[in-house]
Ligand binder design. Structure first.
Ligand code: TYD
Length: 194
């Protein structure tokens, strides 16, 4: 079973993904992982995000896609083949949303991510008001990073909301992350049990 969790910064995605993985590990062997991954491309992405005020969008897109290909091949697929459940924090939906915000066309991003393993279940965390994201981010960081201004967050939420229609054949569930991480996890577990 391949489960991915996506959503804007500040939606509590990483906490919820870890709690989901821990809850599922009571009954299944679980591999928890995230993108950008630890591949050489992932390392380059983190370096660019930390040191470059406006990293080149095409270069970033190429790196995220190369990182995803490598991550699937060397970490995700081998585990799924052994029956291990994989919970992945961020997947192709992040590239389609964030690199669109950086100015790359939706169509070329969808094409660039075509052929990657389709998750059995996709959870996209969302909130109804952008303030909920900003408040969470401001309480954990002194300054806002790339993709963390109010305007960008509104766009991020709007683009994530389009994912079910971009991928009508995929099993995508929008999760209301306005409450605690436990409430988000409860909604995800309910979907997995139906
Ligand atoms: P991440 O390490 O998941 O940060 P966070 O814990 O804040 O979610 O991701 C780092 C940044 O990379 C995040 O701002 C989103 C961005 N990103 C993209 O722009 N495209 C992608 O394909 C992925 C996977 C992440």
């Amino acid at each position: 079973m391949f489960i991915t969790i996506d959503g804007p910064d500040g939606a509590g995605k990483t906490t919820a993904a870890q709690k989901l993985a821990s809850s599922l590990s009571e009954k299944n062997e679980i591999f928890y992982t995230s993108q950008p991954s630890n591949s050489k491309y992932g390392a380059e992405i983190r370096r660019l995000l930390a040191n470059t005020p406006s990293p080149d969008p095409r270069k970033m897109t190429g790196l995220f896609i190369a990182d995803r290909a490598e991550h699937i091949k060397s970490e995700i697929k081998p585990r799924l083949d052994r029956g291990i459940w994989v919970v992945c924090d961020r997947y192709k939906y992040s590239t389609i949303v964030y690199q669109q915000i950086q100015g790359i066309s939706k169509q070329s991003l969808i094409e660039g991510n075509q052929g990657f393993l389709i998750p059995d279940v996709v959870f996209i965390l969302t909130v109804s008001r952008v303030e909920q994201l900003l408040n969470r981010i401001q309480s954990r960081e002194k300054s806002l990073e790339l993709f963390e201004t109010r305007e960008i967050m509104e766009k991020t939420l709007m683009l994530y909301a389009q994912m079910p229609e971009c991928f009508p054949d995929e099993n995508i569930h929008m999760i209301d992350a306005g409450g605690s991480a436990d409430i988000s996890v409860k909604q995800m577990l309910a979907k997995l049990n139906t």
